[in-house]
Design a protein around this ligand. Structure first.
Ligand code: GDP
Ligand code: IMO
Ligand code: MG
Length: 427
C-alpha cells in the first residue's frame, strides 16, 4: 500500500475522520491535502471524543506523522489553539509537519467571507465563515500569503501591502468595514513564526522520500466530492479540490504512487449549507435521521439537512475519484425503519437520468426515483462481521454496493473506532 486517498463521496460529514483514524495505525504519514478549518472530523476513541478542524486525524495515532499539505489553507490562530487543546489532553503533537507552500488565512479574509455572505442575503452559499473562499481566491489570483512568507518580513510586508491595496478598499467602501492596517496584519502573522517554525518543511519532498523507502502515506480529504470546486454542485461548493485529483496537487505526490482510493459514504445523505439536494426530506423522516444520526455540524453547530441514500451521486463519486473501496458509515442510524427508500435515478421533467445531469439547472429540480428496501429492528452496533448483521441489513449493504459502482469494504455500525464491520482489508 504505497499511497491511499480517503475522500468524501457525498456533501461532507460522511465519517472521514473515523475512517482515517481506523487506518492511521497501519500508516506512517497522514496528510491533509485540501480545505482548512471549515472541516470538522470527529474521532471517538473509547470514552474520548475529538473534534478536529485543521489538523489531520492522524495526529491521534501514536507514531504516525501528521502532515498539513500545500493544498491546505491555514488559520494560524486555529492551528495553535488545536495543538494546545490536544497537548492539554496528553496527545503528542510534536511530529506535525506544515508545508512551506500552504497558504495562510489572514483576518481580512475571515471578515470578507462573513460580510460577503451577509451581503448576499438569500443568495448566500451558507459558508462556514472561516475565510476559506477568499483565501483560495487570493491563491488563484496570485496575491495569497504562504507559510514561508512568515520567515521573510520584507517580502511579507510587500505582499500584504499589495493585497490590501484592493481588499482594504473593498472592505471599507463596499462593506463599510474598517480597512485593516498593513502593519497590524504583518505583525499578527509574524507573531506565529516562532511557534510554527519547527514544523515547517518541504512536505512534498519528505513524502516522496518516505514512499521511496517503502513507507505508507494516507491522504485525508476535507469536504467531499459534491463540494469540490470543479466536480461539485457549483457554486454551492467549497473552494478547494476535495476529490482524489486534489490529493496529488495538494500534497506533491504524483498520481502513479496512489494505488487505493477509499470513498466514505453515509448510509443516507446529509448536507450543510445551501444548494441542491434531490433526496432531501423536509418532513419527520428527515428529522428522525437528524436525531438518530446526531446530524448537527461539528464546525458551526448547524442542523444538517438529511435525506435518503442517493446512489446516483455515489456512482458519480466512484467515477470522479476512481473509488476502489467504499466505507458505508452510520448503517446503525437506519435501524428501526420499516422500509428504507434508496434513490436509484432521477426524473428530470419526465426523462430518467441514471447519471448526474450535466446541466446544473436539471439537478436543481431532479426528482428522485426510489426503490424501497425492507428495514430491520435489531440493534446492530455490536456487529463485527457481515454474518452478525440481520438479513435485511446485509441486503441493504449488498443493494447499495450493486448500485454505487465500487465494492463496500467496511460498514460503520457506531461512532467508535471498534464499531466497524470489515468486509475486505483496507490496509
Ligand atoms: P467527517 O467530516 O467526514 O469526518 O464526518 P464528521 O465527523 O463531521 O461526522 C460524522 C459523525 O458521525 C461523527 O460524529 C462520527 O463520530 C459519527 N460516526 C462515524 N461513523 C459512524 C457510524 O458508523 N455510526 C454512527 N452512529 N456514527 C458514526
Ligand atoms: P467535512 O470535512 C460539510 C460546506 C459549507 C458550505 C460550503 C462552502 O467535515 O466533511 P466554505 O466555508 O468551505 O466556503 O463553505 O461547503 N462545507 C462543509 N459541509 N462538511 C464539511 O467538511 C464542509 N466544509 C465546507 O457548509 O455549504
Ligand atoms: Mg465533518
Amino acid at each position: 500500500m504505497p499511497a491511499t486517498v480517503i475522500v468524501g463521496a457525498q456533501w461532507g460529514d460522511e465519517g472521514k475522520g473515523k475512517a482515517t483514524d481506523l487506518l492511521g495505525s497501519s500508516v506512517d504519514y497522514v496528510v491533509k491535502f485540501n480545505g482548512g478549518n471549515n472541516a470538522g472530523h470527529t474521532v471517538v476513541i473509547g470514552d474520548q471524543k475529538y473534534a478536529l478542524h485543521l489538523l489531520p486525524s492522524g495526529i491521534l495515532t501514536p507514531g504516525c506523522v501528521p502532515v498539513i499539505g500545500n493544498g491546505v489553507v491555514v488559520d494560524l490562530a486555529v492551528l495553535v489553539q488545536e495543538l494546545d487543546a490536544l497537548l492539554e489532553r496528553g496527545i503528542d503533537v510534536s511530529r506535525l509537519l506544515l508545508s512551506a507552500n500552504a497558504h495562510v488565512i489572514p483576518e481580512y479574509n475571515r471578515n470578507l467571507d462573513k460580510v460577503t455572505e451577509r451581503f448576499l442575503g438569500s443568495r448566500r452559499l451558507g459558508t462556514t465563515g472561516r475565510g476559506i473562499g477568499p483565501t483560495y481566491a487570493d491563491k488563484m489570483n496570485r496575491v495569497g500569503i504562504r507559510v514561508q512568507d512568515l520567515f521573510d518580513e520584507k517580502i511579507l510586508t510587500q505582499k500584504v501591502e499589495n493585497v490590501l491595496e484592493l481588499k482594504g478598499q473593498i472592505l471599507a467602501k463596499i462593506y463599510n468595514r474598517r480597512a485593516p492596517e498593513v502593519r497590524d496584519t504583518v505583525e499578527e502573522l509574524l507573531s506565529y513564526a516562532d511557534r510554527i517554525g519547527p514544523m515547517v518543511a518541504d512536505t512534498g519532498l519528505l513524502l516522496n522520500r518516505a514512499l521511496d523507502r517503502g513507507e505508507t502515506v494516507l491522504l485525508e480529504a476535507g469536504q467531499a466530492t459534491l463540494l469540490d470546486v470543479d466536480h461539485g454542485t457549483y457554486p454551492f461548493v467549497t473552494s478547494s479540490s476535495a476529490t482524489a485529483g486534489g490529493a496529488c496537487t495538494g500534497s506533491g505526490i504524483p498520481p502513479m504512487r496512489i494505488d487505493k482510493v477509499i470513498g466514505i459514504v453515509k448510509a443516507y445523505t446529509t448536507r450543510v449549507g445551501e444548494g441542491p439536494f434531490p433526496t432531501e426530506l423536509q418532513d419527520e423522516s428527515g428529522e428522525r435521521l437528524r436525531q438518530a444520526g446526531a446530524e448537527f455540524g461539528t464546525t458551526t453547530g448547524r442542523p444538517r439537512r438529511c435525506g435518503w441514500y442517493d446512489a446516483v451521486i455515489a456512482r458519480y463519486a466512484a467515477r470522479v475519484n476512481g473509488v476502489t473501496d467504499f466505507v458505508l458509515t452510520k448503517l446503525d442510524v437506519l435501524t428501526g425503519l420499516e422500509r428504507i427508500p434508496v434513490c436509484v435515478a432521477y426524473d428530470v421533467d419526465g426523462t430518467r437520468h441514471d447519471e448526474m445531469p450535466v446541466n446544473q439547472s436539471d439537478f436543481h429540480h431532479a426528482r428522485p426515483v426510489y426503490e424501497e428496501l425492507p428495514g430491520w429492528s435489531q440493534d446492530i452496533s455490536g456487529a463485527r462481521s457481515l454474518e452478525d448483521l440481520p438479513a435485511n441489513a446485509r441486503a441493504y449493504v449488498t443493494a447499495v454496493e450493486d448500485l454505487s459502482g465500487a465494492r463496500i469494504s467496511a460498514v460503520g455500525v457506531g461512532p467508535d473506532r471498534e464499531e466497524t464491520v470489515v468486509l475486505h482489508s483496507l490496509a
